[in-house]
Ligand binder design. Structure first.
Ligand SMILES: [Zn+2]
Ligand SMILES: [Zn+2]
Length: 303
């Protein structure tokens, strides 16, 4: 199953040095989800040859402009392009009011329905589920109510060992039962032990998205053993005081968190506009957590 994330924006606060405010596109078995939607997201989609019409839902972490100022434009474009498929939005409750007001005063009646689900920054909760994955909020510690999102694949059925099944002439009609892990008794009394004909499917992968937050212990349980952690790393650790004051994280802290929770890999982003080159942020994180990469716009990272 395809499970990958493409970075559309990696900047905090303002667009600068060819970096754009936060936005990511998650592909989970060809269902496409937008995570945050900073200003310029539409331009980034066009630049990287990605289609807005394919996006099924948007997950908005909080109401600082660098995480949602692109949303109204994107929704308007989908309307102008004739979208009729409903669009789901998950985000803080006031976002619904903000969008409705913008549409009201531009006298826009969308051709498609927006299905809005309000998130709360109180306790982690499952907000979305389909056959492929579950999405749970991560309660972050920022200056205004903020949630991250944890996307977890669902466990797949057992894999069939085709050669063995064929060699022993097991009838095809039993395959679905074997995939579900059942032992069988064939007509005539022959016993089929499931483990002889199937193997376990891969362990489900998970992607945790954390932006923006003070690096504290409050949300670490939500991140345990995730396959890939995206964590904001707005500053170098020499600006730790500023990070604490503004409720942001340093690259060093992001790496410490990845190590503490046992993440498989770490992707850092949400870089301050003061950094023209990002290499020092990467180097700082690498001192603590080896499997770290920079979130570079246009790059796609397999989870
Ligand atoms: Zn931000
Ligand atoms: Zn913020």
């Amino acid at each position: 199953m395809k499970f990958e994330v493409t970075i559309l924006g990696s900047s905090s606060a303002t667009p600068v040095f060819n970096r754009n405010p936060t936005a990511q596109l998650l592909n989970c078995n060809e269902k496409i989800y937008l995570i945050d939607c900073g200003e310029g997201t539409q331009h980034q989609l066009i630049r990287f040859g990605l289609k807005a019409s394919k996006i099924d839902a948007a997950f908005i972490s909080h109401l600082h402009g660098d995480h949602y100022f692109g949303l109204i434009g994107l929704l308007s474009t989908m309307h102008l392009n004739g979208r009729i498929k409903p669009f789901r939005i998950f985000g803080p409750a006031p976002l619904k009011e903000i969008l409705e007001m913008q549409f009201k005063y531009s006298d826009t009646v969308l051709r498609y329905e927006i299905e809005f689900t309000a998130t709360t920054a109180d306790v982690p909760e499952v907000i979305f589920e389909n056959g492929d994955m579950t999405v749970e909020t991560i309660v972050l510690n920022h200056r205004i109510p903020t949630t991250g999102f944890k996307f977890t694949e669902k466990k797949r059925q057992r894999k069939l060992l085709s050669e063995k099944l064929e060699a022993d002439q097991i009838p095809v009609e039993y395959y679905p039962l074997l995939k579900r892990g059942l032992n069988l008794e064939l007509p005539g009394g022959k016993l089929i032990v499931n483990a002889d004909y199937t193997r376990d499917s891969e362990e489900p992968k998970s992607y945790c998205y954390c932006s923006d937050t003070l690096a504290d212990g409050s949300y670490l349980d939500s991140l345990r053993d995730c396959t890939m952690l995206y964590h904001e790393a707005t500053f170098l650790d020499e600006l730790l005081d500023r990070a604490n004051m503004t409720h942001h994280t340093t690259a060093l802290q992001a790496a410490q968190i990845a190590k503490t929770v046992g993440a498989g890999k770490l992707l850092i982003g949400h870089f301050s506009s003061r950094y023209k080159t990002l290499i020092p942020l990467l180097e700082e994180a690498l001192t603590v957590f080896e499997n770290t990469e920079l979130a570079i716009e246009g790059n796609t990272y397999a989870i």
